[in-house]
Design a protein around this ligand. Structure first.
Ligand code: F6P
Length: 319
């Protein structure tokens, strides 16, 4: 393994830069050259590649986003796109690739591996929807961003004695809603994994109001969606003035938390170690605080479990 390359793909996530830094510095430490591929698989197809030195990744550990830029690439899913990418791999003398992204990016990593390019995938997505890992890079930062928003919205909700629905990202996963809802003391958490009964949500709001609560926060995952309409229905049913806020891409930015920086650092380093040891077609995960790696297809076949215990606990603590 003389030269490895690294790319970020799919939606960006805070901590991706920390992972790039770990890949670059671990590789250089082991005497391996590193190339940075720009704009995900698009850059691999087009040869948008530059050498990365120790100093190329200075001052990025604390920055959100990704210095390599990112993209979702349809062309890479075609035989023609893959062929072009393979040519570029040969031209640049790339012996192995680290792909940082979500499950869509893992499919690209698997295709590359199957064509003889050892590739290691690192889970980087705020959604925390990757089954082979307890946590993905960016999730903790996104949850903390949501908590910050909850605190702010609670101030104004209290002043006006309102209920407020906060719609959070997560694609089909309710993890951001669950973790932020528990940590932020939400009255109700609505996620695609559990389903919900609007009358039960309303009953809880009325009970709270009757015992003197000045505000109520409902966290709704985007996989359920419809926060504006739900707000109107709740107001109509309860008589409690209700507002809805869709947090959107604010959840994807910001300086990564210590937890995300550490996760990114250990996963980035492990990816390089795996390539050097001759491995390929692996995805890294952290389970019960222990780093593991899995065959990419096996990882894609796994089903992410939802923490129903935590969900129930959030309900109990917000009675
Ligand atoms: O996968 C990360 C994510 O932010 C999801 O939570 C969300 O559904 C999606 O990406 C938004 O995608 P885009 O940035 O392309 O609008």
């Amino acid at each position: 393994m003389k030269t490895i390359a690294v790319l970020t793909s799919g939606g960006d996530a805070p901590g991706m830069n920390a992972a790039i830094r770990a890949v670059v510095r671990t590789a250089i430490y082991h005497g391996v050259d590193v190339l940075g591929i720009k704009r995900g698989f698009n850059g691999l197809i087009r040869g948008e590649i530059e050498e990365l030195e120790v100093s190329s990744v200075s001052d990025i550990l604390q920055r959100g986003g990704t210095i390599l830029r990112t993209a979702r690439c349809e062309e890479f899913k075609t035989d023609k796109g893959l062929k072009k990418a393979l040519n570029v791999v040969k031209i640049f003398g790339i012996d192995g690739i680290v792909v940082i992204g979500g499950d869509g990016s893992f499919r690209g990593a698997k295709d590359l591996s199957e064509l003889g390019v050892p590739t290691i995938a690192i889970p980087g997505t705020i959604d925390n929807d990757i089954a082979c890992t307890d946590f993905s890079i960016g999730f903790d930062t996104a949850v903390n961003t949501v908590i910050d928003a909850i605190n702010k919205i609670r101030d104004t909700a209290t002043s006006h004695e309102r209920a407020n629905i906060i719609e959070v990202m997560g694609r089909h996963s309710g993890d951001i809603a669950l973790y932020a809802g528990l940590a932020g003391g939400a009255e109700s958490i609505i996620v695609p994994e559990m389903g919900f009964d609007i009358d039960a949500v309303c009953k809880k709001l009325i009970k709270g109001k009757n015992r003197g609560k000045l505000h109520s926060i409902i966290i709704l995952a985007e996989g359920v969606g419809g926060s504006l309409e739900l707000g109107k229905q709740i107001q109509q049913k309860t008589g409690i003035e209700t507002r809805a806020t869709i947090l959107g891409h604010i959840q994807r930015g910001g300086s990564p938390t210590a937890r995300d920086r550490i996760l990114a650092s250990v996963m980035g380093a492990r990816a390089v170690e795996l390539l050097i040891s001759g491995a390929g077609n692996r995805v890294i995960g952290i389970i019960n605080n222990e780093l593991k790696d899995f065959d990419i297809q096996e990882a894609l076949n796994m089903e992410k479990s939802f923490d129903t215990h935590m969900y129930k606990l959030a309900g109990i603590l917000s009675i």
